[in-house]
Design a protein around this ligand. Structure first.
Ligand code: C5P
Length: 245
């Protein structure tokens, strides 16, 4: 990785859907906070990247010991996720070049694989627009009528789950978020702001187990995913040792 890479991790959410005592980034997963897992995965993939971490200004739970990056800064989050990301981009002004890559990754996705992170970055490095990790929709999709009944079945062909990281050049991302804000568009990810400029972000197929911890049952699911990934890693390592012998 020769050119500068910037990581923005929005972690200023309150996680109300979890119904837990603490925001979900501070819940314990396999012995450490969700945030520590997420930052560790990012660091394994991009050890020399520079990190901008968005935290609630009242956050008293954060511990800097969880940050493995040498070059990092904390910024205050905003009212919505897009505002938190915009604060991070503003904090990078004068440091990040317009053509440098920014990967935005939700703190609530601790199971993202290092292979997917590296592959995403490699695919986006030469892309003029940028893009995101995503997974094709497997289930039949229903739209509700607002009263708990099916109003319609949506065609799932061509539908993808948008995940993170999402990566775009610094200049383009600043322009996209500023334009979305000016137009009053509510954007829940970076890609939709870029799409609103008339551009088509690249969909990079990622593992389906890049779960976003959102609901109470997700914490147990994430623990099982991490454990399966560790087992998979040791199985793969054993297999490659055998191949080498
Ligand atoms: O609530 P949701 O899961 O959609 O949040 C996605 C990510 O955005 C989480 O990592 C959360 O901490 C972050 N977020 C933020 N600032 C907000 C709201 C959410 O950084 N105001």
């Amino acid at each position: 990785m020769s050119e500068a890479l910037w990581l923005v991790v929005p972690a200023a959410g309150r996680g109300r859907r979890m119904g837990a005592q603490w925001p979900k980034q501070y819940l314990t997963l396999a012995g450490k906070p969700v945030m520590a897992h997420t930052l560790s995965r990012l660091h394994q993939a991009f050890p020399t990247a520079r990190l901008c971490l968005c935290l609630d200004s009242d956050d008293a739970l954060f511990d800097p010991a969880w940050v493995p990056f040498a070059d990092w800064q904390r910024v205050d989050g905003g009212a919505e996720r897009a505002d938190s990301v915009a604060h991070a981009l503003a904090a990078l002004a004068g440091r990040a070049g317009d053509n440098e890559m920014v990967l935005v990754h939700d703190v609530a996705r601790p199971c993202v694989s290092v292979d997917d992170l590296v592959r995403l970055y490699e695919e986006l490095r030469h892309d003029t627009v940028g893009g995101l990790l995503a997974a094709p929709v497997a289930d039949t999709m229903k739209r509700d009528d607002g009263a708990g009944r099916v109003a319609a079945t949506e065609l799932r062909q061509g539908l993808w789950h948008a995940m993170t990281p999402q990566g775009f050049r610094y200049g383009l991302l600043c322009r996209a978020l500023a334009t979305a804000r000016r137009q009053g568009l509510a954007v829940t990810d970076e890609a939709s702001a870029v799409e609103a400029l008339g551009l088509a972000p690249r969909l990079v197929a990622g593992r389906r187990d890049n779960l976003k911890i959102t609901h109470p049952e997700d914490l147990g699911l994430a623990a099982r995913i991490l454990s399966a990934q560790h087992a998979e890693g040791s199985v793969n390592a054993t297999a490659s040792c055998r191949e080498k012998r």
